[in-house]
Write a protein that binds this ligand. Structure first.
Ligand code: HEC
Ligand code: HEC
Length: 269
């Protein structure tokens, strides 16, 4: 629950040392932009609960209690035709949509944060509300500092040693994307495990398993070649439980941006 905060010395500082609060308030007063950013690193359970109330009163009438009553929109599962980031969501709610079919709402800040948190937590008060940042910044992080592009392929560009992420936004929820970045060991899909195979010809193949049935196994080897092997040709077949990647060192705001970018990856459009 708290893990998205762990890269945030400022937040810890904020909550741990009461003595510095006046100083901090002064600082925040001087830098409103910063204050705002610090304020919404992660949504709290209270925010999600407040959001549940706002949602029931203001949104459920049209969107339904499960959020899927309007064609092409599924609020609980995070399927929006145009909205990507939390900022988009904020704009949409305060300006309305569908040429007047959805009215503009004037919500207080806590109501707005709450309803976004409630949507981002998948309507689950116990869920983790995943903050979703700016896709443009996320793309830059993906290709640069985050080093994601050194392992992952997107829209035909990049290596094949890790799963191709071209469709990832269509098949994973924000929470599962976040878990993969912050805690890849628990997020690992069994099929994606790394394997080490030795064939009868004494060739050793180290790679990532793509698929397996009773008689064959398909892997991407370390040279990025797709190999399909008959199990009867193998003298050894080891599946590693070791996580194939480390948790990201990006800050929680940067992770939010990367998730924002991943959610735009829905195949070539
Ligand atoms: C009077 C009916 C109505 C109410 C009330 C309403 N909506 Fe909507 N909402 C719609 C319609 C209709 C659409 C589809 C708009 C379109 O087709 O562009 C929509 C679309 C959306 C979308 C998807 C937008 C996109 O393009 O990605 C989101 C998100 C959303 N609503 C959130 C909310 C939230 C949050 C509330 C409550 C604060 C709310 N809506 C209240 C009717 C409503
Ligand atoms: C060292 C190589 C490596 C790096 C760097 C890396 N990944 Fe991965 N990633 C993998 C491998 C291997 C898997 C598949 C095994 C697993 O799920 O742990 C994976 C899985 C994933 C998945 C889940 C795919 C699915 O089908 O659910 C996502 C999403 C993802 N990575 C995103 C990222 C992002 C975003 C970054 C950059 C912040 C990143 N990865 C950095 C190797 C890497």
């Amino acid at each position: 629950m708290m893990s998205p905060m762990k890269n945030l010395p400022m937040c810890q500082f904020f909550t741990n040392s009461r003595t510095y609060v006046p100083l901090l308030l002064l600082l925040l007063g001087l830098q409103q932009g910063l204050a705002q950013e610090l304020g919404d690193h992660q949504y709290t359970t209270e925010a999600i609960e407040e959001g549940s109330r706002v949602y029931t009163q203001q949104c459920a009438l049209c969107h339904g209690p499960q959020g899927a009553l309007i064609d092409g929109v599924d609020l609980r599962r995070g399927q929006f035709p145009t909205v990507r980031s939390d900022a988009d969501l904020r704009n949409l709610i305060s300006s309305g949509a569908g040429e007047g079919r959805m009215p503009a709402f004037e919500l207080r800040d806590d109501e707005m944060n709450g309803v976004i948190a409630y949507i981002r937590a998948g309507f689950d008060a116990d869920g983790i509300a995943v903050k979703i940042g700016d896709p443009g910044r996320g793309q830059i992080l993906f290709q640069g500092k985050g080093e994601c592009a050194s392992c992952h392929r997107v829209n035909g560009v990049g290596p094949r040693t890790a799963p191709d992420l071209s469709f990832i936004g269509a098949i994973r929820t924000p929470a599962s994307l976040q878990r993969n970045l912050l805690d890849p060991a628990t997020a690992l899909l069994p099929i994606n495990k790394s394997v080490r195979l030795v064939t009868r010809n004494e060739e050793t193949i180290v790679g990532r398993r793509l698929n397996e049935d009773t008689y064959t196994v398909q892997v991407i080897d370390s040279q990025e070649r797709l190999r399909s092997l008959k199990k009867s040709d193998l003298v050894s077949y080891e599946i590693s439980d070791a996580p194939s990647k480390q948790p990201t060192t990006l800050s929680s705001d940067e992770v939010a941006d990367v998730i924002g970018y991943l959610l735009t990856l829905r195949g070539l459009q």
